[in-house]
Design a protein around this ligand. Sequence first.
Ligand code: ADP
Ligand code: MG
Length: 480
Amino acid sequence: MVRLFLTLSPAISRLNIYPRISLLATYHHSLRLQKHHKLKTETPTSSSISPSSSSNLQRKHFYSTGTRISCLTKSEISKFDDNLVVLGIETSCDDTAAAVVRGNGEILSQVISSQAELLAQFGGVAPKQAEEAHSRVIDKVVQDALDRANLTEKDLSAVAVTIGPGLSLCLRVGVRKARSVAGKFNLPIVGVHHMEAHALVARLVEQELSFPFMALLISGGHNILVLAHKLGQYTQLGTTVDDAIGEAFDKTAKWLGLDMRRSGGPAVEELALEGDAKSVKFNVPMKHHKDCNFSYAGLKTQVRLAIEAKEIDAKCPLSSATKEDRKNRADIAASFQQVAVLHLEEKCERAIDWALKLEPSIKHVVVSGGVASNQCVRLRLNNIVENKKLKLVCPPPSLCTDNGVMVAWTGLEHFRVGRYDPPPPAKEPEDFVYDLRPRWPLGEEYAQGRSEARSMRTARIHPSLTSIIRADSLQQQTQT
Ligand code: ADP
Ligand code: MG
């Protein structure tokens, strides 16, 4: 078995996301799950399934395509799912994170090593330094995640890892680690889209959240509105034409001389509580664009000019500022936050109308990504969503900022429907080229939502996750 894997692996071991199911991996994996199931069902209850029935179920499941899975009853699938345990690894930007999550959504462990000190030192993410920081801690972070879950690699069903979008140098560290664990312990591997993970973690938090739903994903590098039709299938309703809101929070914090060690957003949010949000007049971006796109570069410039006008010295820490200086800084923080969130509200409101036209059955709007930790963002978007008679699902802050749980959970969601790669070889060649997707759209752009304001750099953009999955399902259909 092992020899066969080693022979086949060079041809199949690129981290191709979601290839058709390998029977070899399937067979091997059903054995592992059988073992795992035994481990987890020491005290059988009337509702538990016996290892042998579980193994049949598993084999059926893993040999199946997504459509055939529906032959199983809901309770069979959920019993089966509960026994899956996935390790998730995230290194796409400046946080090294790992977590272990069970199929029933139980978070067995969650570990994050943040690069906040570096962020404070460089005033932003420096790719080379970030890569070195990931490399220094990745082994420990993964080991800690396993230890805290009270598990070893042998208990895992699969390894999930972010393969994009993000910084190539950083993504590589996580992918290399994931492949080394998966190779050594013969585990299937799932390549995860970072933004899909931000959206799907909401399904771990809110069990009622089913497809289709709308999502606003807001972080340091992304500002996107998507309609989630099905797992892996998204329509992009809007995106940013320049900067994301998190970048604007971070720069505002830096220019205001705030402590960046928890990243800029929380520092601005805290200072804004002391300020008057009406004191500085900032223009709301893209007021006259009747689409769902965003722009934060202009607002950033307005903030910088306001800071210069008040002669605020970023080198003088807030703790040493005079009373008047502190008040000026707080007013700018509050006014900036007010307009930054107003821009989100306006676009989100329009996007809900569009989403309801395309998918009238949607009931939920997910708001996730680092900026969704902000209380003002949560409160105000909740009002917008409730006015449209929908329900807001906002993961807790620890699951909004980058984390391993969202990667493990998204890995689980795809793994369940058979989208995974077979285990890589135990020892990968030195010159192995990893499949990393630094620029990787989540879904296809909604035609009505295209912005002329955006300069589309199309070079080295990967096909979207949605188009890859659609092409793969089509191929499967023609083969059956
Ligand atoms: P990435 O952008 O690398 O995917 P995250 O999803 O963790 O990372 O988002 C990080 C961004 O979220 C940073 O720009 C940070 O300033 C912002 N952020 C975190 N907490 C808050 C907050 N409370 N208010 C506003 N922004 C926040
Ligand atoms: Mg993120």
